[in-house]
Structures are given as C-alpha cells and as structure tokens.
Design a protein. Structure first.
Lengths: 465, 441
C-alpha cells in the first residue's frame, strides 16, 4: 500500500481528536485522522451521549410510572406504562449513529482524510495502521495522540458474563432485575439511577465514606436523598470482593467488616477510567510520563518534538470538553498560531438525579488559595421556576475572594442545572466579580435566577431569601 | 500603587550574611528594573543587588558597613500595581534590621483594594482611583500583582496578549479587581511596562507611520533591488594620495580666466577622476559597458558616458556626462556643474539622465572612509569617491601629512574579474597620484 505523507496525523477520533482534525482542516493543514472504530470515541459511542439517552428515557418512564400510580401532584393520571427496552436501545443507537455520521461529515467537510484501523507508532514521525486492506504507513510532520481512556477493570471482577463496564451497561438487551454497581462515582450513579428508574433493584457499593467523593458533601446530599427515594441501596465504606460461586451475587465486605451477599443479575463496575497508553507503540517513542498519563506541557507537547497528546490520555479531568479545547488549541499551534493552555476552569457535570455542576473551586479548595472567601448559596426552594417544575431540591452556590470579589467557583445541584454550566464557566473565564453576576439581569422565571441570587447573597443582600 | 520589599538575596552557597558596602540609590530615587541598588560583600565576592522592578525607593534597610542577614528586607520600593507585600512571606524573612511596625503598615496598605489605596494622599497622577475615568485612560503598570497570582482577564484579552507576545502577568489591570482590559493591553503595547512616572519621562514610541513608496522613490527601490539581486558585486577599496592633485587643482582654480577670456568653472576632483577613468578605460574597455544578462551580451561602448550619482530633494538621480572621452578637463567640469544643477532643479531631461556606461558616486565631505557602491544596472562598474582627509603617511623615514582619499569601487563580478578590477583601480590611482600623466597621450 502506498505510504501516506501528511502535515498532521491525529490518532483517535474522540472529541479531542476529531475537533483537532476539523480545526486543522479549517486552517488548511493537510490532516489525516486514524480511528479503529466509529468516529466520536468513547464520548459519542459508549459514554456521554448514549448514557444521556438512556437517562432521558429512564426519566420519562419514571414520570409515567408516577402518573400511573396517581402520585403526581400535577393531577395527571395515566395507564401503566410499558417499556420496550430493546426499542429504547435501538433509539439510543439511532442517536449515536446520527452523530457518527455528523462527525464523519464534519471531517469530510474540513477535508480531513480518515483512515480506518488501529495505529501503531514505528517512530516519532511514522505510524503503521492495520487496516482491512493491509498495513498503511503514514508519515507526518506532526502527530497528535488522542487515544483516550478505557474503564478500569478489577482483577476479581473481570468484564465478562454478567460483570459489565459502562460500555456493556449501555448495550444491555433487557433491564436487569437486580443491578449491583461497584463504584459510586458519577458514572456508576448516572447509570445506577437510570436503571433504578427503569425498574432495576439497584445497590451501589462505594469504598469511600460517601458517594461522589470528588464533590463536597453538601453538594451531593440532594443526590443521596434522591437515591433513597428511588429505592437504591447505597453501601458506603464497603468493598466489593468478587462474585459468589454461583455467579448470581456480589460479595461485599461492608463498613462494619461484615460480609454481605448482594444478589445481582448484572454487576456494573465503574471504578474509574485509565488512560489508553497500551497497544499503540508508546514504547517505540518512549515519551515521558506523568504517572499513568502522558506528560504534556501547556501546549500539549509531549517530550518528543512534533508529538502532541490531548484528552484523557494526558490526565484528569478526563472530560470530553477538556479534550476538545486541547484539540482545538493544538491544531492552531500546528498552524503557527500563538496559543497555550490558559483556561480558568473546566466545568464538570454529573447527570445524576438531581444533576450536579461544578465550575472552578469549591469553598474548601478556594480557602487554600485565597486568604478569605465569601460564599453565597441560594436554595431552589426559594425559586419560582423550580417550584413550577417540582424541582425544589438543590441550590446554587458561588464562591468568591473576600477582598476583591472575584468569583473562584460556582456549584449547583438540582434538576436541569447542567445547562447552567455555560453561565458558570463564562463567569469564571471572564474573571467576573460577584457584582458582575449580581448586576446581570437574569430572565424570570428561571432556575438561573438562583445564580444571580447566590451572588447577591454573597454580597449580603439577596432579594428573594 | 503598592510596595515592593526587596530582601537581601542569597548571594552564595553557605553565606548567611553579607556586609553592605555600597548604596547606589537613596530614598526618593526612581529606579528601573535591573538597575543596581547597591552592593554587598561576602568573604568570597562583592555582589550587586539589582532592582527586580521599577519603582521609587522608599526606605533603605541598612547603612554602608552594616552586616545584613540573607533574606532581610533591605529596600522598599513604591511600585505601580500591588507590589509584593501581600505575600511577604514572613516565614523566610528575618527582619532583623527592619522596623516591624513598618512592615505591618505596608501589609495593611497592600491588602486594601486598589480603589481604597488610591484615597490615601497619593499625588502621582497614575494613582487615580479606579473609576470610569481610569477605564477610559487605563492606569499603567509596574509590578501589577503579587507574584504567583493569576491575572484576571477575559479569554479574548488573553488571546490578544498571547498573540502580541505579552505576558499578562506584566500588566496591571485597570478594571474592577484589577481585571485586565483590552485597553490595558493596548496601552502596554504602546508604552511598555514602565509608567510615565517611574520611567523618568521616557516612554516607548510604538507608532508606525505607513509611507507609500511612489514615484522616484519607487524607481530607486526597483533599480536598487534589480542591481543588488542580479549583480554579484565585488567591491575594491584603495587609498589614493591626492596631495599632488590637490596642488594642481588649487593652482588651476586660481586662474579663472581661460585664454579665450571666458570664465572657467571651478574645478572639483570629479573632472580629474573622469579624465583618469577615460584613460584607464582606453586600456580596459571592458569596464565601460552594459551587460544584457538576459541576452548574454556585454555591450562594450567606445564612448565613455559617465553617470554621476547626485542627491536631489526627491532622492538619487544619475545625470550623465556624455562622451567624456571627447571632453577636456574644463569641459568635463562645466558639464558636471550644469548637469548637477539641472538634476537638482528637476530640469534634467530624460536623455541627460540615461545612457551612462559607467558611474561615479561621490558624497563629497560626507564620503566616509569606505562605501560599498551599488552598480548602476546594467553597467558593470561604479567608482565611489570617499572623503579626502589629511593622514600621516610613512615615507620611509618619517610620517608626513598627506592628503589622502579612498576610492571604493564595485564591479559586476560576472564579467569583471577581481584582477581586472584591481588593475583598473590601480591605474586610476597612478593617474591621480601623478596627475601630469592624465594629460599625457
């Protein structure tokens, strides 16, 4: 097969890789992208997108159950809903495949050449791609590693049979009657809550003393409360030990040291993700590492000249939007623009019920950086729109420096608050002060008004509380 | 306005204290970044203490002769921006010599918001309170914020700064809480990091005026580019003893009446040079030529048409003394004067400004020691006249004062070898040094 020579080669077409390639194409750079599977990476195929589809279906189903049970305060009652889960999965697959096509179309429009196959480095400028039709050698001036990450597997709970990863959970044929979730982080809880709403009896096993341990306890409390309402059993401080001999239960050592047997049809293991640093010839180019991750500088350059790395393979937070921003930046650097990583925050969202958003620093983190801080918190109980949505649980919290009122962090928990992440991120990137947020008219009635009120509260003059 | 405390830096391995041996500044002085504040001496060496920033000296923490511990505050500067006093890490500072009350006061001041600080009786115009006025005319910067603190700026401002190659940490923001605005970045680009107050009235001038290159200037530009890009020049500089020539010239200039009663023109050195060139060219005709390099033909001319580069108000023009071989000294002189005047007044005709086969360039008293003349394309040689001056010359027994003048001549090395160029210049040298030879046939 004739060798391909290009200016820029991107390995992996996840959110980081495809954004990098599209931007490079826009900038007139001769770009090739290699992907072994469908374009879009984990996010689009087995992560963010399909999980959000399942979560949405679960929400709808749960509401319908309420209507059927006559417990809706809105006065709506309806017949018992029926769930055709195979159809749900097919619909989810349809969404994913539309987006696959979308990414492919965008790459084509940007004149990016897509090579289908698994890439392995030969040296810092050359990659061999194992394609359906043979080995394709690609030589590039610049290479961007965007290989992403994969679910962490536990040695005593290997992904096989009824032990599944998040990928497996998004492709189940039926809703499991009993689902054990090992790992109470955001992935486990998002899926656990969704399956609970779809009818599974869900048990979450978390080794740490509380769920969503990367967020502060106050922020996650409404989620814990809701888990109780949904009948999800949460075992904190508990360790998963393995499957029972019959394979129909999860063995757990609980917080008290006692052994428990949790009957489960499926065991979902969501104990984190690991950077994908194997199988593509990292050893051939011997890049400097930062722990498990590839070490990068503020321009995403690795220790080898002309080799960049972006996305999950480069470190936490392993989030699609971080990878996208890195990809865009790298493309512009390759085009000769002056760019470096100067982002002030990478908002993070848990699509649990209720949703959790965090942008910037939590009060605890802020205390470590600023001598004195101000915190303003506004509960949705005092928000008109939240009342009209039966979504009074949760709050918006703003953290600022006490001396100059510069906003350091914004968190929220509540129904639908994920959409507020844009406002939070913008405020922090723009270097907003409390007065800026307080002085911006927030349309009424919206949950977003809570943002303005939180800022007013921090300034000492909230109006609606 | 903030305060910047300078501590005695670690001056060497294992040195715990040092003797202050010199102050280069006193209280009230304005200092620039990197200017030397003073010097300390250890048993190993004397070490200068540079200022890390621009500012005004408020306080000196030791007398000459004092022994100062490493890490002790030794100088306090008043600087634009917040200074470094907020994070004056008392952990490492050992303020033995510094009055503690002072430091506390400094910290107090620096912790306050800029707007509040400005209310203190500061008289410097740059310390106006952060108001709408200041936004319109941003306060300039010095050491804008405590070290390590991230500048506050919107993504668009950050990108603008990145593209302009500016480190935002250098800029003091004029916006609320010190936020850096687009105006701050532009002001920094124009004026640089110094404020008018701290830079002693010196400000950077970053204005750029765009001047269209048109008319004669464009012609000159094109001609020079053509000449320098097409012709591989070889330049040869030789000195000429013009003492004899100058004597002859002086005596000829004494008698201004010719035999026929007409007034004679004043002789400069040019007519002599022209006649010498005519003679040299007679022996080396290949130097009096135009080279059509596209056709690959050297047109060797019989007539010696000498261009003379002349400065006019609009720029360089080259009027041509036609047929120098057929003009005597006086005729050459008269033609030079006439053409120079015509060129200067703009009255020179097209014919008078073209057709040269070799060129002389002379800047007269401005001629310098040596030049690298640019050949008047498509000619193959140009002779440059440098400044005449009296220099000591060794005559074998002693130094004697002689009137010396250099000729800097360039040749088209494609068609003129270095040897031939040297022979040509040496021939002219011989003629000018013994001017009688010019008039012998």
């Amino acid at each position: 097969m004739k060798d391909i020579t290009c200016k820029l080669l991107v390995i992996g077409s996840g959110p980081g890789g495809y954004v990098c390639a599209i931007r490079a194409g826009q900038l007139g750079i001769d770009t090739v992208i290699v992907e072994a599977q469908k374009p879009g990476g984990t996010c689009l195929n087995v992560g963010c997108i399909p999980s959000k589809a399942i979560i949405h279906a679960a929400e709808e189903y749960e509401i319908a159950l309420h209507h059927a049970a006559g417990t809706s305060p809105l006065g709506i009652s309806a017949g018992a809903p029926k769930l055709d889960f195979r159809k749900t999965i097919a619909w989810k697959d349809g969404v994913v495949s539309r987006l696959n096509g979308g990414v492919a179309g965008l790459l084509k429009k940007a004149r990016v050449k897509v090579v289908q196959g698994w890439a392995v480095f030969r040296d810092g400028k050359t990659v061999a791609v194992d394609t359906e039709t043979g080995v394709q050698v690609i030589r590039a001036e610049t290479i961007v590693i965007a290989t992403g990450s994969a679910p962490v597997e536990l040695p005593f709970l290997k992904f096989e049979g009824d032990v599944i990863s998040s990928t497996g959970a998004l492709a189940l044929a039926d809703v499991p009657r009993r689902l054990a979730v090992v790992g109470g982080g955001y992935i486990g809880l998002e899926l656990g809550i969704a399956f609970a709403k779809l009818g599974s009896k869900v048990t979450v096993v978390e080794a740490l003393p509380r769920i969503l341990a990367t967020y502060d306890a106050e922020l996650t409390r409404p989620v814990a409360k809701r888990l109780g309402e949904l009948g999800v059993t949460v075992l904190t401080g508990a360790k998963a030990k393995g499957l029972s001999a019959k394979g129909d239960a999860l063995l757990v050592e609980d917080a008290g040291g006692g052994d428990q047997k949790i009957a489960a049809d499926k065991v979902l293991v969501t104990v984190g993700r690991k950077p994908l640093t194997e199988g593509w010839g990292l050893e051939e180019i011997d890049l400097a590492m930062n722990g498990r991750f590839i070490r990068i500088d503020d321009q995403c350059r690795t220790s080898m000249r002309g080799v960049y790395a972006i996305g999950d393979v480069t470190g936490e937070p392993m989030l699609a939007h971080r990878a996208m921003a890195q990809g865009e930046m790298v493309a512009e650097i390759v085009a000769g623009h002056k760019r470096s990583w100067d982002k002030r925050c990478i908002p993070a969202i848990c699509f649990t019920d209720p949703e959790v958003v965090s942008a910037g620093l939590s009060p605890e983190e802020a205390k470590a950086t600023a001598p004195e801080i101000k915190v303003g918190q506004f509960p949705f109980q005092a928000n008109a729109r939240a009342m009209t949505k039966v979504a009074e649980d949760g709050f918006i919290r703003i953290v600022a420096r006490a001396d100059n009122h510069v906003v350091l962090g914004i968190q929220a928990v509540g129904q639908g608050v994920s959409e507020l992440s844009t406002a939070f991120g913008l405020a922090i990137e723009m270097g907003a002060r409390l007065e800026d947020v307080a002085g911006t008219i927030h349309a009424h009635p919206t949950q977003g008004e809570g943002f303005q009120e939180a800022a007013l509260k921090a300034l000492g003059h909230a109006l609606h509380i | 306005m903030g305060e910047h405390v300078i501590k005695l830096p670690d001056v060497g391995e294992g040195v715990a204290e040092a003797e202050l041996v010199e102050w280069n500044v006193k209280v009230g002085d304005l200092v620039r970044e990197d200017s030397v504040l003073g010097a300390v001496m250890t048993d190993k060496a004397t070490v200068e203490i540079p200022s890390p920033t621009d500012g005004e000296v408020l306080w000196l923490g030791a007398e000459v002769g004092d022994t100062v511990a490493i890490g002790s505050p030794i100088v306090r500067l008043k600087v634009a921006g917040d200074g470094n006093v907020v994070e004056s890490d008392t952990a490492t500072a050992k303020p033995e010599n510094s009055p503690k009350a002072d430091l506390a006061a400094v910290e107090e001041t620096a912790r306050l918001e800029p707007a509040v600080v400005a209310k203190s009786p500061e008289s410097k115009p740059v310390s106006k309170p952060a108001s709408a006025k200041v936004l319109a005319k941003p306060a300039l910067s010095g050491a804008p914020r405590p070290e390590g603190e991230r500048p506050i700026a919107s993504p668009a401002v950050r990108q603008r700064a990145k593209e302009a190659g500016i480190d935002l940490r250098q800029i003091a923001g004029s916006g609320p809480a010190g936020r850096i605005t687009h105006e701050d970045v532009e002001a920094f680009l124009v004026r640089g990091p110094q404020t008018a107050a701290t830079a002693g009235g010196l400000i950077r001038n970053n204005t750029v005026e765009d001047i269209k290159v048109v008319g004669l200037r464009r012609k000159i530009a094109e001609k020079m580019s053509l000449s320098k890009s097409r012709i591989p020049h070889i330049t040869y500089v030789e000195e000429i003893d013009v003492s004899a020539l100058e004597e002859l010239r002086a005596s000829l200039n004494k008698d201004k009446r010719a035999a026929n009663g007409l007034e004679r023109p004043k002789l400069t050195i040019l007519p002599f040079l022209m006649r010498a060139m005519v003679k040299a060219i007679a022996e080396q005709p290949q130097l009096n030529a135009v080279f059509d390099d596209e056709a690959g033909i050297v047109h060797q001319h019989g007539g010696v048409h000498i261009g003379m580069a002349a400065q006019t108000p609009n720029g360089l023009v080259v009027p041509v003394v036609k047929h120098a071989e057929a003009r005597d000294l006086w005729d050459c002189a008269a033609e030079v004067i006439r053409l120079a005047e015509a060129a200067r007044s703009g009255a020179a005709t097209r014919e008078e400004l073209s057709g040269s086969t070799i060129t002389i360039t002379s800047l007269g008293a401005m001629g310098g020691v040596a030049t690298t003349p640019v050949i008047n394309h498509p000619e193959v040689a140009i002779v440059g006249v440098n400044k005449m001056m009296v220099r000591p010359v060794w005559d074998g027994a002693q130094f004697i004062p002689r009137k010396m003048m250099n000729l800097s001549s360039s040749f088209d090395h494609r068609v003129i070898d270095g040897w031939d160029a040297a022979v040509f210049v040496q021939r002219i040298k011989a003629l000018l040094e013994t001017p009688a030879l010019i008039f012998m046939d």
